[in-house]
Design a protein around this ligand. Structure first.
Ligand SMILES: [Fe+2]
Ligand SMILES: [Fe+2]
Length: 175
């Protein structure tokens, strides 16, 4: 049986062992920043799904709603990891807005459907940059966070690709 000191460390640090090579406080901060962009993205997609007229664009209205749900899942996944690392997910609205703004993300609602699609595409692209940069920084220092970020990045690139395809198609049909 291990000593009391070993037990105390085990209880205090949970999943963090000596092989964890990242700075967990720094990672928590970064995850909270990314999560703030996900919450902003959720709100923006929701807003767009409310405002898109279903008669004109039933597919788009539904697509905005589907993306919104996925953004909320991303926020939940990040929150779970923040908690595992000993942090607290941000919950004050001002803090969330400030963190998202730091990452260059603000909710917007343009007048036309194509404006909305473009606004969502721009957020997705900012997130792709932020996730890619953090993934590169983390490398093998925190494997579980790395894997989590990679899975969110994959879906974010998928969203960006779908939105860009839509804008390409509509630009084509307008000619
Ligand atoms: Fe997302
Ligand atoms: Fe997304």
């Amino acid at each position: 049986m291990d000593t009391k000191a070993t037990h105390d460390v085990a209880v205090e640090q949970g999943p963090i062992t000596k092989e964890y090579k990242a700075n967990s406080l720094q990672i928590i901060k970064e995850l909270n920043r990314l999560r703030s962009t996900e919450i902003t993205s959720y709100l923006q997609y929701k807003q767009h799904s409310y405002m898109a007229v279903s008669l004109l664009a039933p597919g788009l209205k539904k697509e905005f709603a589907v993306h919104a749900e996925q953004e909320l899942q991303h926020a939940d996944m990040l929150a779970a990891r923040i908690q595992q690392l000993g942090g607290v997910p941000l919950y004050e609205l001002e803090d969330i807005a400030a963190k998202a703004a730091q990452a260059g993300v603000h909710p917007e609602q343009g007048p036309q459907l194509t404006d909305m699609v473009m606004e969502n595409l721009l957020i997705e692209r900012k997130q792709i940059e932020a996730y890619t940069a953090l993934l590169r920084e983390i490398g093998d220092k925190d494997l579980v966070t790395w894997q989590l970020l990679l899975s969110i990045l994959a879906q974010t690139e998928q969203h960006a690709s779908e939105l860009a395809d839509y804008l390409k198609r509509t630009a084509h049909t307008r000619k």
